[in-house]
Ligand binder design. Structure first.
Ligand code: NAD
Length: 421
């Protein structure tokens, strides 16, 4: 059993390393590559001041970490959340390396973050924080080196500010420095909904793999942000029934189905889901244990753990969030026959369409939505097929198989490039 060193709680990085170690061992990866890939390549910590609306100056801490660049420029989101720390960003950066490799797009992995609760900042404070953080990490980011995107607590507006800040430093527009931008400043059609759409596509493929149909299947989603809400939308468009959804305050359950537009309108007006009249109020813990076909954790890390995994009733867990299931929970779910589709595959739709956005920015030639969605579908269906057939061949779970596909690709690139100098 995986335990945290010195009795501290299990960090996302402990989980990421344990997942890597398991796949590296199964692959028989050389020890030097194993040691190399367990480490991040570059870690930048920045402490920076921001002037607040009341005239005071507050210090913030932020990070940008690149895990591996063997397959191309670094790619990974920026998170604004009070719990952001070095270990979390390390884990998220490492997961990005595997995610880009498993869907076979030409990127390495990175992640960034600032320890802040963006909901407590005014719009002006958020903009000043973003511009200063972008300036602090400007020595790492760029269209050829490291391309950020939105994650928890950031959105297309934040990306527009980063793009503008870097462009001001350069003296010309640099749209390719970030993805997930508004379409008006070089964003792509289909990016905002891409992660959620990818979750639904992968869930459909996983249901097929189990000989089941998505049509009429019941879905519970933890998290009502970018990923959760767009996944909910795509699931309902594909004929599934959304029975539960939650945010950080709590959740809603209606076994007959939730009307998504009314739920979204309620959240928009009241800032939270709680109080929505046509559903039973539930906690986030209740949501994980609901009777449903598909459970989509789409909020934070370490949600399905050794403590609650035996209560999961879904047949399929599709990880919209990064790192929502601990290795202990993975083992329990495997034992109980619950198919877990791992984050690096299930939520890769976002980075795939980010890749399309970057390609369009570099060429200054933009695609229509149909082209974006068709290519997204093609890449995800292919990646799912590769992982599913390896899982069958290896008689392994899908996480191990996805890691094996990804690590093999990264290791191949590293062997070909050789050791410098
Ligand atoms: P977001 O900030 O848009 O939304 C997060 C949602 O989770 C909010 O509704 C928030 O209220 C809720 N939440 C926070 N803590 C919670 C808790 N303890 N229990 C239940 N709900 C909680 O963020 P997002 O972009 O939707 O990201 C969600 C997850 O998906 C993260 O793990 C992120 O790394 C991952 N992800 C995001 C993208 C992307 O394109 N945005 C891509 C891949 C993976």
């Amino acid at each position: 059993m995986l335990t945290a060193p010195a009795q501290r709680p299990l960090s996302a990085y402990d989980v990421a390393l344990a997942q890597f170690d398991a796949a590296a061992a199964r692959l028989g990866l050389e020890d030097d590559l194993r040691q190399h890939l367990r480490q991040t390549k570059r870690e930048l910590t920045v402490h920076f001041p921001v002037r607040m609306d009341d005239g005071s100056v507050r210090m913030f801490v932020g990070y940008r970490i690149q895990h591996n660049l063997a397959r191309g420029p670094a790619k990974g989101g920026i998170r604004y959340h009070p719990a952001v720390d070095l270990d979390e960003v390390r884990a998220l950066a490492m997961w990005m390396t595997w995610k880009c490799a498993v869907v076979n797009i030409p990127y390495g992995g990175a992640k960034g973050g600032v320890a802040v609760d963006p909901k407590r900042l005014s719009l002006g404070e958020l903009e000043r924080l973003t511009r200063r953080y972008a300036s602090e990490i400007a020595l790492l980011i760029g269209p050829e080196s490291d391309i950020p995107a939105p994650d928890v607590g950031t959105n297309d507006q934040v990306m527009a500010w980063i793009m503008d800040t870097i462009s001001m430093h350069k003296g010309y527009s640099v749209p390719g420095v970030v993805t997930g931008k508004p379409v008006a400043v070089g964003g792509t059609l289909g990016r905002r909904e891409a992660t959620g759409r990818g979750v639904a596509i992968i869930a459909r493929e996983a249901m097929r793999f189990k000989g089941l149909s998505l049509q009429g299947a019941t879905v519970a989603i933890q998290g009502a942000g970018n990923v959760g809400l767009h996944a909910a939308q795509c699931f309902t468009q594909m004929g599934a029934r959304l029975v539960a959804i939650s945010d950080s305050v709590g959740g809603l359950y209606n076994p007959h189905g939730l009307d998504l537009p009314s739920v979204q309108a309620w959240k928009q007006t009241h800032g939270q889901l709680q109080g929505f009249p046509h559903a039973e109020a539930i906690t986030n813990d209740d949501l994980l244990a609901l009777p449903c076909d598909i459970l989509v954790p789409a909020a934070m890390e370490n949600q399905i753990t050794g403590r609650n995994a035996d209560r999961v009733k879904a047949r399929l867990v599709v990880e919209g969030a990064n790192g929502p299931t601990t290795p202990e929970a993975d083992a329990i779910l495997r034992e109980r026959g619950v198919l877990v589709v791992p984050d690096i595959l299930a939520n890769a739709g976002g980075v795939v369409v980010s890749y399309f956005e970057w390609v369009q920015d570099l060429q200054f030639y933009f695609w229509d939505l149909e082209e974006v969605n068709r290519n997204l579908e093609r890449i995800l269906v292919r990646a799912f097929g590769e992982v599913a057939s390896l899982a069958e061949r290896e008689k392994s779970d899908m996480r191990l198989a996805a890691y094996m596909v990804a690590i093999r690709r990264v290791a191949d690139a590293m062997r070909l490039r050789g050791l410098f100098p």
